[in-house]
Design a protein. Structure first.
Lengths: 308, 629
């Protein structure tokens, strides 16, 4: 078990270097000089250009620039943004917001998705099952930004039940609407996945065995069917956690959430290479950790892969 | 002499004389039901009918069944797939899916239990009536330990503490003769072997001392030697526990080994009931007779092959003396065996020509995949097949027999040694070189359902190899497809049907036609009949044998079933753990098996004849005892 975790953690190393190298290269090859972007296109003196060039090592070849960047990264020196704020501080502000905005919808989709999926699976072909299937199809079919604007307008503006936009502090309550929007789509997937998985497991031989032992229907469902059915669902939830931590650019945009998605979007538009790469580096780490978490959960749920 | 051995062997079919009954040797454990016969039946089934709702219509699965089982008695319900044997037994405990309808009466110790309410039924399930299911891998929950699952059953029906339940579970695991009960308790199902899993399943079923045990094909998924062990265990337990047992099976050998009374089912109806002796020696219904005739007997004489008394051969090899057989009688049977062996040796010295398949010191590896290291499945295999010869390759799961079959058609690379097929050395052949070779080698696969493309009409499946090899086109191709359908005895009109419209046996006929379409010199058949019912298996084997004699192709027949090999093969090759342990002509292997493994394998094959099975069982116990010394 420990070796399994260790091996997975060691996998972070190549993934981390591969991803940062790729992103650094993409930013490096973006058209336009970073100095132009910094100066906002205004003419600046050659002396300043020279000073900035050496400060940001812009005269060095790509691989040296990347090396210097990595060296700084490991000394926790992420550098400053073009606006002069330390990148570390910007990240420290954005990530907690996004973390809240990831956990909130994840909880929504896990709790409601699994519950509804189990009920639908157990009552296949009944009214509840049919309704839930149609609703989830509609949710999947409607694009997120339509759903976002709609909820913002109806619930936030017309009814006034929740704040239509998020204040700079981004408290849990403020995040209700964007969290619901983010959670809805995945909720539909989780529901359908759970339902299918339950249906598949309900006819399994071991379920018949459990029934033949004299267990109550409730115990058969909770102890025997549910745990086996959760295996694919957990995989999906884990992948979704990674995606949510990457920030939801559209949803954060609609509700004006000061999260990672928004920050990354602005940095890309401004051509702020170091900022983009820093955010991506942290995201890579988050992704890998989320995946590790899934694998551990997976191994706990399914002993067959525990020692593989 | 021939007549003698036939009389002994054919006793099941036509010979009224039976050694044991004639000599009056007392039979151990054969009539435990005598004791039970006086008592009231544990299970009494009256007019039990089961219907399944399909497309808003009731389709009967079982019609008006009547039977009873007493304490300490084993009732075997025998039938082929679709006979309703499983459905009717599951109906007793209400374990059928919701689209079913059950009528009639089922009384457990005089109390009606059919259509009981949920709570009352649950009290009976697992406590009064327990079930052993067919496939222990899927019948046990993969995510819980064996111990957890047994404790769950125990604590459900008994008011005991977790510690007490644990102790009782360990005791049960000991009772089913698991080598390390503590370890088994903590193991997940996938960590146990097939036989151990079935033992764990039995331990769970017996944990609450059920009055009735329903065993649904308890040994079907297991190797013969493991099957023999499980059957031994069940016989011991039956004598120890005094429960009534309903044994559901399609295997006449298993039936002969374990049952007191037999009910034969066909298409939802019990066509015949009787004691084991009555059914095996004097079957009344024609279906029972046909079923018994279709079961391949190991050592049974077929046209071209003389009958062999395997029990006597094994007794000679093991220097065993049997209680159930008179010493003189056994000596006589051994002598006739030896004489026949000398006779066949003289016959078999003849020129055979160039081998069609030749393996010299062949090792086959499954290459390394990620962190899974390369696995050497076969090591040092020497094997030759000459034109027109049928070689049976036997072994248990994991012995490497299928691997050899696959390598012979170039589907697996050879790691060492040389492999020649139809005069070509394919040891280092590249995939391109193999293309020509594949036209000379045909292959029939195990599962006819999954080895035919479901979206192609069977005519196209049969014609595809010829089309690809450019041997026939247009009208000539169509003609050839029709000829092939004639050869495998399928109507020509079937050519436009899709695989799902055919029965299992018909699908396998298509598989054979496809394999023979290019007139191969070598046919590799990988367990072609193991997915089929016995009566279907018999017809497919007949067909294969007829075609082989007509077309004279060489055949490598891979199977786990010794009786099938015996029926078809000129030579027999026995594999164990990746090595060929013994090979020889059919007579050499059956009449004079040298290797301990071959002897054990032969002794484990159940005989569809209660008396002979008793001899065989005693012999097997002796062989195992010798092995342990």
């Amino acid at each position: 078990m420990l070796r399994f975790i260790l091996r997975r953690v060691l996998q972070v190393i190549p993934v981390f270097f591969g991803a940062t190298l790729l992103v650094y290269y993409l930013v490096f090859s973006m058209s336009g000089s970073p100095i132009d972007a910094l100066s906002g296109g205004k003419p600046i003196s050659p002396a300043v250009v020279a000073q900035l060039t050496s400060q940001y090592h812009l005269d060095q070849p790509f691989i040296v620039q990347y090396g210097i960047y990595i060296k700084n990264l490991f000394t926790f020196n992420l550098g400053t943004s073009f606006s002069g704020r330390p990148i570390a501080a910007i990240l420290a502000n954005a990530f907690p917001v996004t973390a809240r905005l990831a956990v909130f919808p994840l909880a929504i989709e896990a709790i409601f998705g699994v519950t509804f999926g189990v009920i639908a699976g157990l009552r296949k072909g009944k009214l509840f099952d049919g309704t839930v299937l149609i609703v989830s199809l509609v949710v999947i079919a409607v694009p997120t930004f339509v759903l976002g604007f709609l909820l913002q307008f109806v619930v936030g503006v017309k009814l006034g039940w929740a704040k239509p936009t998020v204040s700079s502090g981004a408290h849990w309550l403020d995040l209700t609407l964007p969290a619901v929007v983010l959670g809805l789509v995945s909720f539909a997937y989780v529901l359908r996945l759970t339902r299918t998985s339950i249906l598949e497991n309900m006819n399994a031989d071991y379920v018949r065995t459990a029934t033949a032992k004299g267990l109550s229907r409730r115990r058969v469902i909770v102890t025997h069917i549910l745990r086996n059915s959760m295996i694919p669902v957990v995989t999906f939830l884990g992948a979704d956690l990674g995606a949510l931590m990457g920030g939801a650019i559209v949803t954060e945009g609609i509700f004006n959430v000061p999260g990672v998605g928004n920050t990354l979007y602005k940095a890309v538009l401004a051509g702020e290479g170091p900022m983009v790469v820093s955010i991506v580096s942290v995201l890579v780490l988050v992704f890998v950790l989320a995946n590790l978490l899934v694998d551990l959960l997976y191994a706990w749920l399914d002993p067959r892969i525990r020692y593989a | 002499m021939t007549e003698d051995s036939n009389a002994v062997d054919g006793a099941g079919e036509d010979g009224p004389v039976n050694i044991d009954t004639a000599t009056g040797t007392p039979a151990e454990g054969n009539f435990p039901s005598r004791r039970g016969n006086r008592s009231a039946p544990v299970l009494q089934v009256r007019d039990l009918s089961v219907d399944f709702g399909v497309d808003k219509e009731w389709v009967p699965a079982a019609i008006g069944l009547n039977y009873e089982v007493r304490a300490g008695e084993v009732l075997a319900i025998v039938g082929e797939s679709g006979s309703g044997k499983s459905a009717s037994s599951m109906a007793i405990l209400g374990l059928l899916p919701s689209n079913s309808r059950v009528t009639g009466s089922v009384k457990l110790n005089g109390r009606e239990i059919l259509n009981l309410s949920g709570g009352k039924l649950r009290q009976i399930r697992g406590k009064d009536v327990a079930v052993i299911f067919q496939e222990p891998m899927t019948a046990l929950n993969p995510v819980y330990t064996v111990g957890f699952q047994i404790v769950e059953t125990l604590r459900l029906h008994n008011a005991i503490s977790p510690d007490e339940a644990r102790l009782r579970a360990l005791k049960m695991l000991e009772l089913v003769e698991l080598p390390d009960p503590e370890k088994a308790f903590k193991s997940y199902p996938h960590q146990l072997s097939g036989g151990q899993r079935q033992r764990a399943m039995i331990a769970q079923s017996l944990s609450c001392d059920p009055k009735l045990l329903i065993a649904d094909e308890p040994t079907t998924a297991l190797d013969v030697t493991v099957q023999a062990e499980i059957l031994d265990l069940m016989r011991n337990l039956r004598n120890k526990l005094d429960s009534a047992i309903v044994l559901i099976t399609h295997d006449m050998g298993v039936v002969a080994d374990l049952s007191d009374r037999i009910a034969v089912m066909r298409k939802g109806v019990i066509v015949e009931t009787g004691t084991a002796e009555e059914i095996f020696h004097n079957p009344q219904h024609e279906y029972t007779q046909a079923l018994l005739a279709a079961v391949p007997h190991l050592g049974e004489g077929t046209d071209g092959n003389e009958g062999v008394d395997v029990t006597a051969a094994l007794a000679a090899a093991a220097h065993a003396e049997l209680e159930s057989v008179d010493a003189e009688e056994l000596a006589r049977r051994e002598a006739s065996n030896k004489a026949a062996l000398v006779l066949t040796k003289a016959e078999s010295v003849q020129t055979l020509g160039q081998p069609v398949l030749e393996l010299i010191g062949v090792a086959i590896e499954y290459p390394k995949q990620g962190r899974v290291p390369a696995f050497r499945a076969v090591e040092g295999a020497d094997l030759s097949i000459y034109p027109g010869q049928v070689v049976g390759l036997v072994g248990e799961s994991g012995s490497g027999k299928t691997t050899v079959g696959r390598a012979a058609v170039g589907l697996l690379p050879v790691a060492a040694g040389t492999l020649q097929v139809v005069g070509t050395d394919i040891t280092h052949a590249r995939p391109k070189d193999l293309r020509n070779l594949r036209q000379k080698v045909g292959m029939v696969f195990q599962d006819p359902s999954s080895s035919l493309n479901p979206r192609l009409p069977i005519g196209e499946s049969i014609g595809e190899p010829m089309y690809l090899a450019k041997v026939a086109k247009g009208a000539a191709l169509q003609k050839r497809i029709e000829d092939l359908l004639d050869q495998v005895e399928l109507p020509r009109s079937y050519r436009n049907r899709y695989p799902h419209e055919l029965s299992g046996g018909q699908k396998q006929r298509v598989g054979i036609a496809r394999a023979l379409s290019l007139k191969p010199q070598l046919l590799v058949a990988d367990e072609p009949t193991s997915a089929l019912d016995v009566s279907v298996q018999a017809t497919v084997l007949d067909l294969l044998q007829g075609l082989q004699r007509e077309l004279k192709f060489a055949c490598l027949f891979v199977t786990h079933d010794l009786a099938v090999v015996d029926y078809l093969s000129d030579r027999i090759v026995v594999m164990q753990r990746g090595r060929i342990v013994e090979q020889g002509t059919r007579d050499e292997i059956l009449r004079n098996p040298q290797e301990a493994y071959t002897q054990r394998l032969l002794a484990a094959v159940p005989l569809p004849d209660p008396e002979k099975q008793r001899e065989r069982r005693e012999l097997r116990a002796q062989l195992l005892a010798v092995g342990e010394e």
